[in-house]
Design a protein around this ligand. Structure first.
Ligand code: UDH
Ligand code: MN
Length: 347
């Protein structure tokens, strides 16, 4: 527990008396009650304070009201300056050192007002929770129908090019947590966080609902080959997540409903995201597609990466035909490998 780290701070001026049997420490002017700080390496002249590992459930969390934000990104840049985020919006808790690195992935297109609300609402809560995080907005260019799960795959791959994130939260831009106790950290199981959502009268719309906000540790995303690339248009992709987890023998866990509460603004349908007619057909064979339809077959083009002060905005173009061809090729490739390695062919 008593360990010095590279983020240690030297505090001089502590007055230390060392006797034969005991060590008594008197502080002239500095005393801390913070649970986040540890005193280490006592010497005659100085006392070093190192920053402790962050607690999994920090104290003083509770109800958290959502307010619509009317300002600009510049206002938020100024507001968050005191947290000293690194370029691209990497925030670290000031009081302690967090082991887990979280990437929040937002599938996005043309929701400027919702995004400003998100950027205004989230960082203060995450810092109260002592989370180290970066927000990645993955914007799909307008050419093709919106594909939320594909943007989630892209977000995962692109975030890992920036840093070694270990936890990923895939987050709708229009869902705002209203209880700080809904901790934005990963466990070994995947977690579905949007348990009590305003638009569903603060209930789950159905037991197997996995929409809105899910937290996956890196190992689980790799196990499920990410998400399906095939859901263009609205609907189906969130049910597909549940099918993938079932294939690899995992289940979502959820926070208690009093914690997993979300405010949701009312909004209409988006132009480029009509209800998917293919969704039931795709769900019908979701379990067999997991091995070839996902991270190992996704095709996309990054048109721009904007490292803003408080978040990273990545622009993506999708060529649907190329993508679908590549997924099919991956299927053929895996089938060939399977055939080659089957006992009959080895004889
Ligand atoms: N999204 C965008 N832009 C789009 C479409 C979707 O950014 O054009 C993202 C965004 O993060 C959003 C998420 O995808 O939060 C989910 O899409 P959604 O908000 O359309 O999904 P929701 O479950 O569907 O809210 C409600 C559909 C509205 C129909 C209203 C009439 N019943
Ligand atoms: Mn919505």
């Amino acid at each position: 527990m008593l360990q010095s780290t590279s983020r240690g701070i030297q505090i001089s001026g502590a007055f230390i008396i060392i006797s034969m049997s005991s060590v008594m420490i008197y502080w002239n002017s500095y005393q801390t009650k913070s649970a986040d700080i540890t005193i280490v390496n006592l010497t005659r002249q100085t006392t070093e304070i190192s920053i402790k590992t962050c607690l999994k459930n920090p104290p003083s969390l509770g109800h958290f009201v959502f307010h619509h934000f009317n300002g600009t990104l510049e206002d938020l840049n100024n507001k968050y300056q005191k947290y000293k985020p690194e370029l691209g919006g990497k925030f670290k808790p000031l009081e302690c050192q967090e082991r887990e690195k979280l990437a929040i992935i937002i599938p996005y297109r043309d929701r400027q007002r919702h995004l400003m609300d998100f950027l205004s609402h989230m960082p203060p809560m995450l810092l109260r929770q002592r989370v180290e995080f970066t927000i990645f907005v993955i914007e799909q260019d307008p050419q093709e129908k919106f594909n939320r799960a594909l943007m989630m795959n892209v977000g995962y791959l692109e975030a890992l090019k920036q840093d070694n994130y270990s936890c990923f939260i895939f987050h709708d831009v229009d869902m705002y947590p209203i209880n700080d106790n809904n901790i934005y950290k990963c466990s070994t199981s995947p977690r579905h966080l949007a348990v009590a959502v305003e638009k569903w009268k603060f209930r789950l719309p159905f037991r197997g609902y996995y929409g809105g906000v899910v937290a996956y540790p890196k190992a689980v995303i790799e196990k499920t080959n990410g998400f399906s690339n095939f859901y263009f248009g609205w609907g189906g992709e969130d049910d597909d997540l549940g099918a993938r987890l079932a294939v690899v023998g995992l289940k979502f866990v959820r926070p208690a409903a009093v914690y997993g509460r979300y405010a949701t603004p009312v909004h209409g349908k988006d132009k480029g995201n009509p209800v998917s007619k293919d969704r039931f057909r795709l769900l019908g064979n979701a379990k067999s597609r997991i091995w070839y339809d996902g991270l190992n077959s996704v095709v996309y083009n990054v048109s721009k990466i904007e490292k803003k002060k408080i978040y990273t905005h990545i622009h993506i173009t999708v060529d649907r035909q190329k993508l679908e061809e590549n997924v099919k090729l991956k299927n053929i490739e895996l089938e060939m490998q399977h055939l080659k390695s089957s006992p009959i062919n080895k004889q």
